[in-house]
Write a protein that binds this ligand. Structure first.
Ligand code: ADP
Length: 621
């Protein structure tokens, strides 16, 4: 981003660290608010100036009444009156100059979709659809598309599908044209079938409120995929019992987690601690020279400037609060890693808004700064990285339990020494041998993914959210087992994104963490993170026990192996290959000839690669 191009300038007030007066510039498309120039939130500043204005007016009126009574000439002013007049004038100028503009701007911004400054002042889930629940019509007036001279919506579904197939009507415009989200999805689904010549029978349309999805969760909708939701529990955590919803198609997973919950509960429960709570975003900017890049680094990391940056950042949201920002350099590029608390939201949108505001300010201080991207991958979102593993992202949680010796024996069918040894050799040494980055666990991702899907989290964030170090130690004279999971990057929210969809909201409700926490913003999301960690703990306990007692393959064969006739004989060989590839995803390529039957001496590693159609390979983790 080059400063100076297509920008308008205006003066900025002094910053709270007693600092400087700057002339800043904004891109027109950045939709600046006049209030951005204020050192305090606009609401508070307005109140202060209003109080000043009315106090000064009141004082002057009283003084003039006295003068009239005592026949003193009105133009004879004492010091107090002069001060009151100055205060009155100043606050009057402010009130029309800033309050007035800001007031007008709220109307302007309402009409602009996705405004970064106004978005946070609407309630989560209140989007263009929520304000018009039964409508898919965008707020901006538009001319309806015509098909053979008639508005699209007046044609039959089959004709519209045909028009989409022929390219006469763009598929993406169906919701807006038809003003009916479900009809649009149904027509698009039909058009997709026509274009591909393949049936979508089995992909349901009914049972979903598509108006809640549009503009928020998914585009080009043709239906919804069904994933069964099971429950594990009661999970006794920090003295409370939770029933944990898990959406999965992996047999055994819920049953196994349930067994872990039982072992935890019978041993007195698990306890958790949240050591950090901050979403991160790291934009990358570039300068002509590394020396200039270093100047930005010094400026951003200077403790004296933090207050300025946080005021500018925090102004974008009632919930985002800047905690920290630091920079790393790569030549003349600077990556600034911002960290902020985001209330009950997972926070990616929120932090991006705050960072955008700070960048605009920094551009005014460093006019030679060029914004390369608001995300420079040092954030690091949806990638397995050392920065998240070491510093954390979202909620950093440690969850622990002490499992009694007899519970390990009776419920888990193994022994404390066997578990400790297995953990060292598998989760620690084995993962080290594999060069794991935060993968020092048995199957944290299994539980994280299932809970994330059930509760409307971003499933792609399972990548870093499942970074987990599982520790097992013998305690109490070697009799009992201390087990813990350390998870530095659990990225969850209970408001925004997919959490507002009815089924996901129901699962959050089951955990008692649905929506925003009115008393303590952020408490619901934090509680959800604790539950995720505790469920992972349960999953680790159970899978590790199954491995230690060598019962895993047996239980998977019982619960994770389809007994259904999977392949109707009439299906084409292509469909058979596709179906086999889908079911045995990680094991069998769709183009391979059927693999040989498993040899009895195969190792578990070989099982994963050599399944047969009669003996599907088992997923071990
Ligand atoms: P994310 O940043 O996770 O993508 P969004 O910004 O899309 O989430 O959704 C959060 C929205 O919810 C914001 O507009 C915010 O103002 C609103 N909100 C209401 N209550 C809360 C709360 N307790 N915590 C966080 N956000 C809240």
């Amino acid at each position: 981003m080059k400063s100076g191009e297509g920008m308008k300038s205006y003066a900025v007030q002094t910053v709270p660290n007693g600092g400087h007066r700057n002339s800043t510039s904004r891109k027109l498309e950045g939709k600046p608010l006049a209030s951005d120039a204020l050192p305090l939130p606009v609401g508070l500043t307005n109140k202060i100036f209003m109080v000043l204005f009315f106090s000064a007016s009141y004082y002057l009126m009283r003084r003039w009444r006295e003068k009239i009574r005592t026949s003193t000439p009105l133009h004879m002013l004492n010091l107090g009156e002069i001060a009151a007049i100055i205060v009155q004038l100043a606050s009057f100028i402010y009130l029309i100059g800033f309050f007035g503009i800001d007031y007008v701007q709220t109307f302007i911004n309402k009409s602009v979709d996705g405004s970064w400054d106004s978005e946070d002042y609407r309630e989560a889930g209140v989007n263009c659809q929520a304000s018009q629940p039964d409508s898919c019509t965008p707020s901006i007036p538009r001319t309806p598309a015509l098909l053979k001279g008639k508005p699209l919506k007046e044609h039959s579904d089959e004709d519209i599908s045909e028009a989409v197939r022929n390219g006469e009507t763009p598929s993406y415009s169906l919701e807006a044209e038809l003003d009916d989200c479900e009809r649009a999805a149904s027509i698009r689904k039909r058009a997709v079938e026509l274009v591909n010549g393949r049936s979508l029978e089995g992909l349901p349309l009914e049972g979903m409120d598509y108006s809640k999805i549009l503009g928020q969760c998914c585009e080009m909708v043709i239906g919804h995929v069904q994933i069964p939701v099971g429950v594990a529990g009661p999970l006794l955590l920090d003295g409370f019992e939770y029933t944990v919803p898990m959406a999965t198609t992996e047999g055994c997973l819920v049953a196994s987690t349930n067994r872990g919950c039982k072992a935890i509960a019978q041993s007195g429960g698990a306890s958790s601690v949240v050591t950090r709570d901050g979403m991160t975003r790291a934009p990358v900017v570039r300068f002509q020279t590394a020396k200039r890049a270093a100047a930005l680094k010094y400026f951003v990391e200077d403790a004296n400037n933090f207050e300025t940056l946080s005021v500018i950042f925090n102004r974008t949201s009632r919930f985002a609060r800047l905690q920290d920002v630091y920079c790393v350099m790569a030549g003349r590029n600077v990556y600034m890693r911002f960290s902020a608390s985001t209330g009950d939201a997972m926070g990616m949108n929120m932090i991006s808004k705050g960072v955008q505001n700070v960048l605009t300010y920094l551009e005014s201080v460093f006019p030679d700064m060029e914004l390369i991207s608001i995300s420079g991958n040092f954030c690091a979102d949806k990638k397995a990285t050392a920065v998240n593993w070491i510093e954390g992202r979202g909620k950093s949680v440690v969850c622990e339990a002490i499992l009694k010796e007899d519970i390990v024996r009776k419920v888990l069918k193994t022994s404390v020494p066997a578990l400790v040894e297995l953990n060292t050799i598998k989760n620690l040494a084995g993962s080290a041998v594999a060069g794991a980055l935060g993968g020092f666990n048995a199957h944290a991702a299994n539980i994280v993914a299932a809970v994330y899907i059930a509760t409307g989290q971003d499933p792609a964030q399972v990548v870093e959210s499942s970074q987990c170090l599982t520790m097992m130690e013998a305690v109490n004279g070697g009799r009992d087992l201390h087990i813990s999971v350390t998870m530095p990057s659990i990225e969850v929210g209970t408001i925004g994104g997919g959490t507002q969809l009815p089924s996901q909201a129901a699962c959050l409700n089951l955990l008692g963490v649905r929506g925003a926490n009115a008393d303590m913003p952020g408490a619901n999301a934090e509680q959800l993170a604790r539950v995720v960690a505790a469920a992972v703990l349960a999953g680790e306990i159970s899978l590790m026990s199954a491995l230690a007692s060598n019962t895993l393959v047996k239980s998977h064969l019982k619960y994770n192996r389809s007994s259904q006739n999977l392949l109707p004989s009439s299906q084409s060989s292509q469909n058979i290959a596709a179906l086999t590839g889908g079911l045995l995803s990680q094991n069998v390529s769709a183009n391979q000839t059927p693999p040989l039957p498993r040899s009895s001496s195969s190792s578990s590693f070989r099982h994963r690669r050599t399944g047969s159609s009669s003996s599907p390979p088992q997923r071990l983790d």
